[in-house]
Design a protein around this ligand. Structure first.
Ligand SMILES: C[S@@+](CC[C@H](N)C(=O)[O-])C[C@H]1O[C@@H](n2cnc3c(N)ncnc32)[C@H](O)[C@@H]1O
Length: 243
């Protein structure tokens, strides 16, 4: 399977984003995601859709004993190896669907902004539950259903070019949404809030935290950031595997 991150044009545009140039400090959600990590010293951590590997590096810097970052895109894995290598991190080209999820292997499974590329979350939740140890933590950030149900995932603009409102439609029709991002056609999957949260509960997880990303005050002067307070773009969830 080829994703847009293998498209050279998209890949180059992605490389120019602040979060790609400067890492987690430039990610609007990091101030909310970081406190949701469990203590990682001596722990094993799996990152699903690791991209450049920022979260893998964070885990290793926190003392994680073993970190595996998987991503479908060889280009992204090459970047991860270049920018965020560490003796306790392994990067591997592998799809989230294709990974083997060995039983009781990981203390923590993380996934940042990758799960909305998957059509069906339930089988992934089931496999993540299997691969987590007793009381292991699944921490993820997925595009928010209000965002993925946005028409064309874009604002309606006023005549002066300013965003007027965020249109939502077909909320209860989960599935593929074709959008345009960074000059490319990007295919993502819309999941309702019920599907995401009930999917976790159905598969044995206990919900510990649910948050909707709001950029911090010090980032509000960055282009477009104030508009991030007008509708939620990201949903952050921390769930515990109760076995
Ligand atoms: C928005 S990037 C996020 C990267 C990284 N988690 C971060 O936060 O910096 C999404 C990543 O998910 C990867 N991806 C998309 N679909 C995937 C799949 N089915 N299996 C594995 N990786 C996937 C893409 O290649 C890309 O690197």
């Amino acid at each position: 399977m080829i994703n847009e991150y293998e498209n050279e044009n998209f890949f180059q545009q992605y490389a120019q984003m602040p979060r790609s140039r400067d890492g987690l400090a430039s990610a609007g959600e990091w101030h909310q995601l970081k406190p949701l990590f469990p203590p990682l010293k001596g722990k094993t951590v799996l990152d699903l859709g690791c991209g450049y590997g920022w979260h893998c590096k964070y885990a290793a810097d926190q003392g994680a004993e073993q970190v595996l970052g998987i991503d479908l895109s060889p280009k992204m894995i090459a970047q991860a190896q270049q920018r965020n290598s560490h003796e306790r991190i392994t990067y591997r080209v592998c799809g989230i669907d294709a990974y083997e999820y060995p039983e009781n292997q990981w203390d923590c499974v993380i996934s940042n902004l990758a799960l909305h590329y998957l059509q069906d979350l339930d089988p992934v939740f089931q496999k993540v539950f299997r691969t987590l140890k007793q009381d292991g933590i699944f921490l993820f950030n997925i595009e928010h259903p209000v965002f993925t149900a946005g028409i064309g995932q874009d604002w309606i603009y006023a005549e002066d070019g300013k965003p007027k409102y965020w249109p939502v439609d077909d909320y209860f029709l989960p599935g593929e949404r074709v959008t345009h991002f960074l000059g490319c056609e990007v295919r993502k999957q819309h999941h309702t809030l019920t599907q995401i949260l009930m999917g976790l509960l159905r598969n044995g997880f206990e919900l510990e935290a649910v948050e909707e990303a709001e950029p911090p005050a010090e980032m509000l002067d960055m282009p477009g950031m104030k508009d991030e307070l007008r509708r939620p773009m990201m949903l952050l969830v921390r769930a515990r595997a109760k076995k």
